[in-house]
Design a protein around this ligand. Structure first.
Ligand code: PLP
Length: 217
């Protein structure tokens, strides 16, 4: 599918849900994609991209940023504390704030630098052992902790379990956000972003539907 097709589907989903046109941010997930495909999407005018690994992003985005103005980069994969400084230097938004140690590290660096990317707290809505994210039962406390550290938490992020109805997870995430006064919802991928928009997503993370299947390097 092309970027234009996805944009049309987003507009339609916004309209169907009674949302304002352009309210939903499309994060084009460029992880593992060949440079040519990423460049093609940049040439079409898109500027908001997501990567799931700091190192991979460091190897490709500084040069893209030299050639294209206004790029906004989102980190959507797990962040190790020892990569926090590098991530803060490269990314405009971090979607994977998920534990106290990372929060204190990010807060310390933010104090030092007087700058901090926007943050989403990742919630493990499916309570899956192999998945990152704070558990739903611990979410309120962790969100308040992060806000107490002056981290600019804008919303919540989730990755629903592969074989469950995503809508249930999107609804749970929206509920946790609402009771914590957060407006941002990073949810929805290639296979379910319309559903996520219907349930209030402000940021959808779409990879393969834009770029095609990811070919292993
Ligand atoms: C890869 C990835 C996506 C995009 O997945 P697609 O199915 O290709 O749209 C979204 N979110 C996260 C966290 C990812 O790692």
């Amino acid at each position: 599918m092309s970027l234009q097709d996805i944009s049309d589907r987003i507009s339609k989903a916004e309209q169907n849900a009674g949302r304002k046109p352009g309210e939903v941010t499309l994060v084009a997930v460029s992880k593992v994609q060949p440079d040519e495909r990423v460049k093609a999407v940049l040439n079409e005018g898109h500027r908001c991209f997501g990567e799931n690994r700091v190192q991979e992003a460091e190897s490709k985005w500084p040069s893209f940023k030299q050639h294209f103005d206004g790029v906004e980069l989102h980190l959507i994969g797990p962040l190790q504390s020892n990569k926090a400084r590098a991530a803060m230097a490269l990314f405009d938004v971090i979607h994977t704030l998920d534990r106290p140690k990372l929060a204190t590290t990010l807060a310390r660096i933010a104090q030092e630098q007087g700058y901090c990317p926007e943050m989403f707290v990742q919630v493990n809505t499916g309570e899956e052992e192999q998945k990152a994210g704070v558990l739903p039962a611990d979410a309120d406390k962790f969100i308040q902790e992060c806000l107490g550290l002056d981290l600019p938490v804008k919303g919540l992020m989730c990755i629903p379990p592969a074989h469950e109805e995503a809508a249930l997870h999107f609804a749970l995430l929206a509920k946790i956000a609402a009771r914590n006064g957060l407006v941002g919802l990073s949810m929805g991928m290639s296979s379910d972003f319309e559903k996520a928009i219907a349930l209030g997503a402000t940021h959808i993370r779409v990879g393969s539907a834009i770029f095609g299947d990811r070919v292993p390097a």
